[in-house]
Design a binder for this molecule. Structure first.
Ligand code: ADP
Ligand code: MG
Length: 699
């Protein structure tokens, strides 16, 4: 780009130092370039007039042309408003102002011809428009505006004239100057392959489109560009880390692996598990550093994949660790792993926050001496005192709860980084995976172990409570076990605990001793007590486990076949899916009942409906993305990395995918950006990389 666009914003005609300052501070606009990158977030159609008679059949805002027939103030001092009757030959309506009456009233004269723009509201047969935009139509001055861009603003910006219209004005002032200074940065072949508008034209059109179609095309072009460069960056990072970062060479599968595989597995691995293990084996023997994301739905058997991966390390004389986000989950993993590996003579130890100091010392020493093969734990694994003799692989479960910085602490101590396998709790939509983990290799377990039955999910309200209890009774009689989960929300913790306790009381009354055993587990209990209760349930001693979401992840009791979720409207989709995943782990038909109140928000209805409609975690995560947006799903920490200006990962999934394809094709064609036709692109990329902090997640 030529330098004109680097001109400080205050030099634009009519802006000056004071207004320049507010643009810098409030909108981050320092230069002309920043201003043309200040994109409108929607458009309103001012290209035609509607009539009053059309309003009942019209959606949204209207533009009308007509005459003011009367103007008066009505109401008392507390509810004063200004009403102007407006007529256009097809009907009448009221224009209403509640604020600024003093300024507006003197301008409104009966008989004046006006253009009105606003959102009509119907009250019975009457229609009004509150706080309309109003323009007086003078002699011969009646142009239609076309499509009008709407910009974000704020109070401070408005106070210096930068409301949406103010922005529109300065942008339109800049555009003619900018012409000839906005250079293309995509090669012709990409533009024609994906049918993308020229860059300069796109900037012009996104601010001043002639119609919606053109606005859309301009947006697509600029979103593509944004996502394309991001994908290019991610792919390059991946290439670099694959080429440059050496990893431990683990050439053998090893005896432990073979022994477990051949002699101790109670079932066959699924095809998907086998494929993924093969991918991991290949990585670990390559001499390069593995950095892999393992995706799979709840219950798809990720743990076993982790175990085989760790066995490869151990079989080659290295150690392994597995880090989980909660104590319950760490415990569960510890038990599972021990169960599988005990007979093999692999030494597995557990380290969590609740481990006594006196027990830690010998554990630290044994770890450093290389006597411990697998260390399972929580974030306690990250403490400085925890040193390995030679850590070959780190497995991180349910990763999004760990920050990037936390993870890198795992291997700071090593000279060569261990191989890293990150497992997700629930699937991440492809769009997000490509964007947030575009620099990792991804393995997907897309198959559940055989014999799993679809979990029947239904929605019930208080009026069905007795029937639900009856159903629980029937299932217990068949020998099954039941979870009942209560939400726990921080702000109202007291009340939530009350709900949990009341619920527990009601259930013990309905299911009394000695015929039934009901127990309770929540986060405020001592770890030993929690463990004790979990263990009773796992061994089938307890019939009903009343719990908070402490059981959300990882808990594995195949005989449990009913999951009741109380106040399910308070849970997010991925949480509901995780909870539901606690049942359906054995061969029995399993059920999930979502209890809720009667008053439900639209979002809550959608969540519950989605759960009733599908068991597929990938579909659920897509729905979740639409409801919550990427920032919420991935955590703000990670979403800050991206700073997408225009694209919305919950809506622009298709563009993400084609941008990824284009970036891959480019790197294949011209991996070092040698070709002349890619010179501009390379320059743009360098510019982008220069402006980014180094956020590479893996050392
Ligand atoms: P997740 O992917 O949710 O972590 P787990 O690893 O906890 O799933 O596995 C869920 C359950 O399925 C466990 O009880 C596990 O032993 C069992 N399982 C894993 N792989 C298989 C398989 N290939 N065949 C049958 N059961 C399996
Ligand atoms: Mg798991």
């Amino acid at each position: 780009m030529s330098d004109l666009l680097s001109t400080p914003i205050e030099y634009l005609k009519g802006i000056g130092p004071r207004r320049g300052e507010i643009l810098r501070k409030e909108a981050g606009i320092f230069t002309y370039r920043d201003l043309i990158n200040y994109f409108p977030f929607r458009y309103v159609d001012r290209s035609s007039y509607q009539t009053v008679s059309q309003i009942p059949h019209h959606q949204g805002a209207v533009q009308l042309k007509g005459t003011l027939v009367s103007v008066k103030e009505v109401g008392g001092p507390r509810n004063k408003r200004l009403e102007a009757k407006f007529e256009d030959g097809t009907g009448r309506l009221d224009l209403v102002w509640f604020k600024g009456i003093k300024w507006i009233k003197p301008n409104l004269k009966t008989g004046t011809k006006v253009k009105v723009y606003g959102r009509p509201k119907k009250f019975g047969l009457k229609i009004n428009i509150a706080h309309p935009e109003l323009e007086f139509i003078g002699e011969g001055k009646d142009e239609l505006l076309g499509l009008q861009a709407v910009y974000h603003s704020g109070e401070k910006l408005q106070s210096l004239g930068f409301d949406s219209k103010g922005f529109e004005k300065i942008v339109k002032q800049l555009l003619p100057y900018a012409k000839g200074h906005i250079n293309e940065n995509l090669p012709d072949w990409i533009r024609s392959e994906y049918n993308l508008m020229e860059r300069e034209k796109a900037f012009m059109a996104i601010h001043a489109p002639v119609n919606f179609d053109e606005a859309k095309k301009a947006q697509i072009r600029l979103k593509f560009e944004e996502l394309f460069f991001l994908q290019l960056e991610l792919l390059l990072r991946k290439q670099i880390s694959q080429k440059k970062i050496k990893g431990h060479v683990l050439p053998n599968v090893g005896d432990y692996f073979n022994e477990l595989y051949k002699n101790h597995l109670p079932f066959d691995l699924t095809g998907a598990q086998k494929r993924v293990i093969k991918e991991i084996r290949k990585d670990m023997s390559s001499g390069l550093h593995m950095n892999r994301l393992l995706q799979g739905d709840v219950g798809s058997g990720k743990t076993l994949v982790a175990i085989f991966s760790m066995l490869i390390a151990i079989g080659n004389g290295y150690q392994a660790c597995l880090m989980a986000p909660t104590e319950i989950l760490a415990n569960q993993h510890y038990k599972t792993i021990k169960k599988f590996l005990e007979k093999l003579g692999v030494r597995v130890e557990l380290l969590t926050g609740s481990k006594k100091q006196s027990e830690r010392k010998p554990l630290h020493a044994a770890l450093e001496a290389g006597e411990i093969d697998i260390l399972v734990g929580t974030h306690a694994l990250l403490e400085d005192k925890v040193k390995y003799a030679n850590l070959g692989i780190a497995v991180i479960d349910e990763q999004h709860r760990f920050g990037v910085a936390q993870r890198s602490r795992l291997w700071k101590k090593n000279t060569l980084p261990p191989h890293v396998l990150v497992m997700t709790a629930t699937p991440i939509p492809r769009t997000l995976a490509l964007t947030f983990y575009g620099d990792l290799d991804v393995s997907v377990i897309d198959e559940l172990p055989p014999g799993r039955k679809h979990i029947q999910t239904s929605h019930r309200q208080e009026s069905s409570r007795l029937k639900v209890f009856q159903f629980i009774e029937d299932e217990i009689k068949k020998g099954r076990q039941v979870y009942i989960v209560y939400p726990l929300i921080q702000e109202s913790e007291k009340m939530d605990y009350q709900n949990l306790m009341d619920g527990h009381d009601a259930i013990t009354r309905r299911f009394p001793l000695p015929d039934y055993k009901v127990s309770i587990v929540h986060g405020k209990m001592k770890p030993e007590d929690k463990d004790y209760e979990m263990d009773l349930f796992a061994r089938g001693v307890t019939n009903i486990l009343v719990a908070t979401t402490v059981i959300e992840v990882g808990v594995d009791v195949p005989n449990a076949s009913v999951m009741i979720i109380e106040s399910s409207e308070k849970f997010g989709l991925s949480q509901l899916h995780q909870l539901r995943g606690r049942v359906g782990r054995g061969g029995e038909q399993s059920y999930c009942i979502l209890m809720s109140g009667y008053k439900l928000s639209e979002d809550a209805k959608t969540r519950i409906q989605t759960m009733c409609d599908t068991n597929d975690g990938f579909k659920i995560s897509e729905a979740d993305l639409k409801l919550r947006g990427p920032g919420d799903i991935m955590g703000t920490q990670q979403s800050g990395i991206l700073n997408l200006k225009l694209s919305d990962l919950s809506r622009d999934g298709q563009i993400v995918t084609i941008a990824r394809d284009a970036a891959m094709e480019l790197l294949q064609k011209d991996p070092t950006f040698k070709l002349a036709e890619h010179a501009k692109l390379a320059q743009a990329l360098r510019q982008i990389l220069k402006s980014k902090p180094n956020w590479s997640r893996i050392s």
